[in-house]
Design a protein around this ligand. Structure first.
Ligand SMILES: O=C(O)CCC(=O)C(=O)O
Ligand SMILES: [Fe+2]
Length: 335
């Protein structure tokens, strides 16, 4: 009996790698961490974006033209798609600011709700007391739409608030470009990491619809992302995620173990750049956004240094990840 247990625990290849990359002493070698780019490995293949499908909503949402996106697939992880930073610099600022100023507000749910009643986290953090400086570091997650229940892992109609239109539109653009015409963004977790934060091995299996892809958008500091198999005995691959990178987990990979063992300093700060151009903006085909002018004015606001300063200060030492899922099956309208 004992022997079986020992050999079973030895087979947790996922945990082995997680511990290796999490360690501070000794520091892990990053040689085996895949920096996804052209020609990085013969197990990573660049996909050609469909040049015929010109997505008209990209500019408004702070994205580069979909014709220019660099998409990659992985021989070892069928269904995993990596899109190398499709965001403009100002687009990154727009989404970072949303995740800090707007999403951690009621009626959305926050980890710090437990024991306190935080109506508007960002506003409360920038009040005048010392306590509020501590509050800035305490936010670990915000949930949107169908709220993830961290204990039961079960979604319910009683635990649901409206899903933000802008994030639904952003997810729809990626879904459309990858051929998922019927995707609906219904639940999201926004994760906030500091330089010593980790996220342990898990699978995301609470959604009724496990055929729909999961979209993951990352901003700010970089991370090592481990992606394994359906069992922890499968040795995971380590990928470097930089600010703006998008990961899609679909097909076989949708139910695979993944984790974030390490946050790393970002090699560049694209959110500080000025790349932003609006020309011939087409707002006729929007599916969720009702007031595109509000998005445009927010994009412009973020070009002002003064406005942006508090957000810059936060993101200099943090990583934000938005994880979007569809919960219901195609024909279902409620749980
Ligand atoms: O931070 C990440 O890249 C992954 C987050 C994640 O796996 C989750 O929210 O389920
Ligand atoms: Fe996850």
């Amino acid at each position: 009996m004992e022997q079986i247990q020992i050999s079973a625990s030895e087979k947790d290849e996922f945990m082995k790698k997680f511990k290796y990359y999490k360690s501070n002493k000794p520091k892990p070698s990053l040689d085996q961490v895949v920096k996804v780019e052209k020609g990085c490995s013969n197990l990573v293949t660049e996909l050609c974006p469909d040049k015929k499908v010109e997505e008209p909503r990209t500019q408004l949402l702070g994205l580069r033209s979909s014709n220019e996106w660099q998409l990659y697939k992985f021989q070892m992880h069928p269904g995993l798609i990596f899109i190398k930073n499709p965001f403009t610099d100002v687009g990154q600022r727009f989404w970072i600011r949303k995740c800090l100023e707007e999403y951690p507000r009621k009626p959305n749910k926050l980890n710090i709700d437990i024991g306190s009643n935080c109506q508007d986290w960002w506003a409360e953090c920038h009040g005048n007391t010392d306590n509020n400086k501590l509050l800035l570091k305490k936010l670990r997650w915000t949930t949107l739409g169908y709220h993830h229940n961290w204990d039961t892992k079960v979604y319910s109609e009683d635990n649901k608030t409206p899903f933000p239109n802008d994030l639904a539109e952003l997810s729809d653009v990626f879904a459309r470009c990858l051929g998922y015409k019927n995707f609906r963004a219904e639940a999201a977790i926004v994760n906030y990491y500091h330089m010593n934060s980790t996220l342990s091995a898990h699978t995301d299996h609470s959604e009724i619809n496990l055929d729909a892809p999961l979209f993951s958008f990352s901003f700010g500091q970089s991370a090592i992302f481990l992606i394994g198999g359906k069992e922890k005995s499968v040795e995971p691959s380590a990928l470097l995620i930089n600010s703006g990178d998008v990961i899609v987990m679909s097909n076989e990979t949708r139910l695979c173990y993944h984790a974030v063992p390490k946050i790393l300093p970002s090699p560049a700060s694209p959110w500080e750049g000025t790349d932003y151009e609006i020309s011939n903006l087409d707002v006729s085909d929007l599916k969720y956004i009702v007031h595109p002018e509000e998005i445009l004015s927010s994009m412009k606001q973020n070009t002002s240094n003064q406005e942006w300063d508090k957000f810059r200060h936060y993101i200099k030492e943090s990583r934000i990840n938005i994880n979007v899922r569809q919960v219901l099956n195609e024909k279902q309208t409620s749980l």
